[in-house]
Design a protein around this ligand. Sequence first.
Ligand SMILES: C[S@@+](CC[C@H](N)C(=O)[O-])C[C@H]1O[C@@H](n2cnc3c(N)ncnc32)[C@H](O)[C@@H]1O
Ligand code: SF4
Length: 337
Amino acid sequence: MLNDTHNRPLRDLRISVTDRCNLRCNYCMPLPKYEWIERREILSYEEITRMARLFIGLGVNEIRLTGGEPLLRKDLERLVAQLSGLGGLKELCLTTNGLLLAQNAALLRAAGLTRINVSLDTLKPDKFLRITRWGELSKVLDGLSAARHQGFSQIKINSVVERGVNDDEILDLIEFSRQNGFAIRFIEYMDVGNANQWQSDKMVPKKEILDIIRARYPLGEPARADGSTPSVDFRFADGGGDVGFIASVTEPFCSGCTRARLTADGKLVRCLFSSEGHDLKAPLRSGASDEAITEIIAGVWRFRSDRYSDERLEAMNSAQGYRPAQHKKIEMIRLGG
Ligand SMILES: C[S@@+](CC[C@H](N)C(=O)[O-])C[C@H]1O[C@@H](n2cnc3c(N)ncnc32)[C@H](O)[C@@H]1O
Ligand code: SF4
C-alpha cells in the first residue's frame, strides 16, 4: 500500500481538465487579468486517461473532474467514457457551475458519470450576477433539473458561504435542495489561491451555519460518509435528505486527506493550498514508460507531508495570527477545486 509520511493512502484524484471558466466568482477568480495555461500545454483526453490508469494502479478509486469549468472542455463525455471504461473506480464525479449542464447531462450520464456537484450560492438572480460577475442563474437551475431527470446516483449542491453576501440564504438553499431531492453541502470560505484576498471575518464558521439550520430543522448525529471525504454530513430528522459541511478552516481534516490533484497542464499537486506542483507532462510527452511515471507519482506521494489547514488553524489560534498573503498558493481556477 502506498502511504504518505502521515500514513495517508492515495485514494482520490481530482483532475482539472481546463483552467478556463465562463464565470469569475469573487471568492475564486476575481482578477480581470490572469495568465491562462497555453492550449498546447493542456493534456489531451488520451493523456488524462493514461494518467488516470496509472493513479488507479496506485490505489485511486474515485475520480472527480473539475476545473476551471470542466464543461467548457469540448465533448467532455468522451473523456468520461474513457475513464469509466478503465474500471476500478467506485465513483466518477463532476464538479460544475452548472451553466452548461442542461445540454450535457444526458451525454454525461450515458458515458458513465455517477455523481454531479453543482455550485450554487444564491437563489437570487441579481446576487448570482454580483457573485459570478456575468452568470445567469436560470441556466444553472435548468442544468440541475436536467441532471435530476437523468437519474444520477447523487446530485449535490455546493454553497460557499460568505459573510454579508449569502449567509442570509442558508435556509432558502436548504429548502430548495430538500424540495428537489438534492443533497446540499455548505463550504467554509477558504483562503485558496491569493487572488480572492481572503479575510477570516468573511468566513462563516460551520458552527454558526449549523446553529442557524438546527434552529429550523432537527438533525441526526454527524457522520463522515467515508473515512476520506472532507464533508461531515447530517441527516434531517424528518428523513428529508441530508446536509453536509466542508469546514476546512475551523475543523481541518488533513489527517484523513487521501486526495491528489492533477492540473490541466499535468502537474501533480499534493494539497489544495500548495504553492507548486510536480510536472508529469514532461515525462508523459517524452516517452516515459508506465512504470517510470508510476514511480514518479509514488515518489511524490511517499514524501507528502502537507497539513496546511491544520497549520492554518494553529496559526489562527496563535498570538501572531495567520497572514494569508504570506503564503503563495496556486489559484483555485488552475488547481481544480
Ligand atoms: C474551483 S470550482 C471548479 C468547478 C466549477 N467551476 C464549479 O464552480 O463548480 C470548484 C469548487 O470550489 C469552490 N470554491 C472556489 N473558491 C472557493 C473558496 N475561496 N472557498 C471555498 N470554496 C471555493 C467553488 O464554489 C466550487 O464548488
Ligand atoms: S472555477 Fe468555479 S468557482 Fe471558480 S470562477 Fe469558475 S465557476 Fe466560479
